[in-house]
Design a protein around this ligand. Sequence first.
Ligand SMILES: Cc1ncc(C[n+]2csc(CCOP(=O)(O)OP(=O)(O)O)c2C)c(N)n1
Length: 327
Amino acid sequence: MVSAARGSKRAAVSAPHHPKVHPNGAASSATFSYQQLREKARAIRRDILISITEAASGHPGGSLSETDILVALYYGVLRHDPQNPAWPDRDRFILSKGHACPGLYTVLAHRGYFPKADLSTFRKLGSHLQGHAKIGTPGVEMSSGSLGQGLSFGIGVALAGRLDKRPYRTYVLLGDGECDEGQVWEAAMAAAHYKVDTLTAIVDRNGVQNDRHTDEVMQLEPLAAKWRAFGWRVLEIDGHSFPALLRAYHQAQETSGQPTAIIARTVKGKGVSFMEGNPAFHGRAPTKEQLAQAMGELGFSGAEVAAAMKELGFPEAKIAEWTGPMK
Ligand SMILES: Cc1ncc(C[n+]2csc(CCOP(=O)(O)OP(=O)(O)O)c2C)c(N)n1
């Protein structure tokens, strides 16, 4: 016997609203070429690092590993309106690993949810861009930072959409270290039980958590088999490949009767040699000298960084001080 909440109501709601090709997904991925998405991601990595350097604290590693996951979503998949962040039918994105908010803030600013200049206020008193994501910042759906809670919250959001007959989908980004939390697995069990097929979990499988590699702290493998055993459709992909990311998101949209987990294999600190796979840069800001090296490795000249810093609202003196030594 299938209850109304789990069965026919959901099917009646989801079928007409989730056509084979997601309306905005198709339009957006046609609008932005893979090359344009790569360029966007490069600029977003630059601005993440500038804002963390200015704050002299923050989480660069997990922000750089999630960048492509977020760029693919915000530029190629989500039905959203940055001018109207409270639009009731918007797709929801929930950053469960709330410490990696510099990645989210920078994507939101580039997408037009708030001025890019706000990024230079990251972690400062009075700024709406605090060290962990919080409700009140346009585009932020959940206050997060205490790991393990976002998937449960996402189920609630998705079930509310089912009850309200809203067409939106819900995406939750989890860290792999975060998957050590028992609440993640309670939520995984509940989402499959309630057949929440409008819910997609993405695991940023970068292999590093706070100060050590994930599998030293807690053996997660076989991670895909675990999600499958909990009743999820599982897609394992390269989390830095835009074709793979967009394909996986679209496959999730076409899945009915079960939620989808995308295990995105990524590199913590992606794009910056001394941060890649390095637990030391989980929660430490680069120095000005390290920023200069990182900008070079991302392919930015001093003049390009200066232009970006100007857009981010930095005063001329600081721009000159920081970019002077850059090539
Ligand atoms: C409940 C809880 N316990 C501990 C922490 C401290 N903490 C912050 S980040 C982190 C590691 C997270 O690792 P992961 O989920 O893999 O994130 P990523 O590597 O993607 O940054 C920990 C343990 C926390 N924020 N919440």
